[in-house]
Design a binder for this molecule. Sequence first.
Ligand code: 5GP
Ligand code: MG
Length: 173
Amino acid sequence: MRLSDTPLITADTIRKRTAELAKRISRDYAGKELLVIIVLKGGAFFGADLIRRLDLEVTVDFLRAKSYGKTRSTGAVDFLLLPDQPITDRHVLVVEDILDTGLTAQAILAHLAAAGPASVAVCALLDKPARRQTPIKGDYVAITIDNHFVVGYGLDCEERMRHLPDIWIAEEK
Ligand code: 5GP
Ligand code: MG
């Protein structure tokens, strides 16, 4: 595995797009309280930067999902950690690192919907629409990318490289 010679997305671009998205979210939820559920581990970095720019009453919680068999269309998802905040009648924003097949987001939305939230929206740092296997659409997407495997700013390659400030394309060697 080697990284592209230059970043696909720089930390500076991430910062700008995150600020724009935070403005939009703050406008859309003006006057409401927002329960932000950050999807671990990859969403932790973007989520932490995003929520600090929200001009809203915010409660933060976390969720961790493990998805199996991306090649199968069943896309079974296990929840390793669930939010402890009540969901019922709350405005919920799910924050993910990336929407790829959409199977993880779909399973998370189904799980949350069962608890009767006032509303649920999905926010993602990255979107790879070319890979989608579900009708899931990100309500708030910072950056749409082509079909590359990327690492950095939360995104890992076998748990490494999450800490990189920029986002890079990882290429098979
Ligand atoms: P989905 O269920 O949408 O197919 O996948 C979402 C998860 O797959 C992400 O949260 C992430 O962990 C992983 N993933 C999808 N695309 C990439 C990518 O390009 N790079 C990395 N590092 N992880 C990815
Ligand atoms: Mg991963």
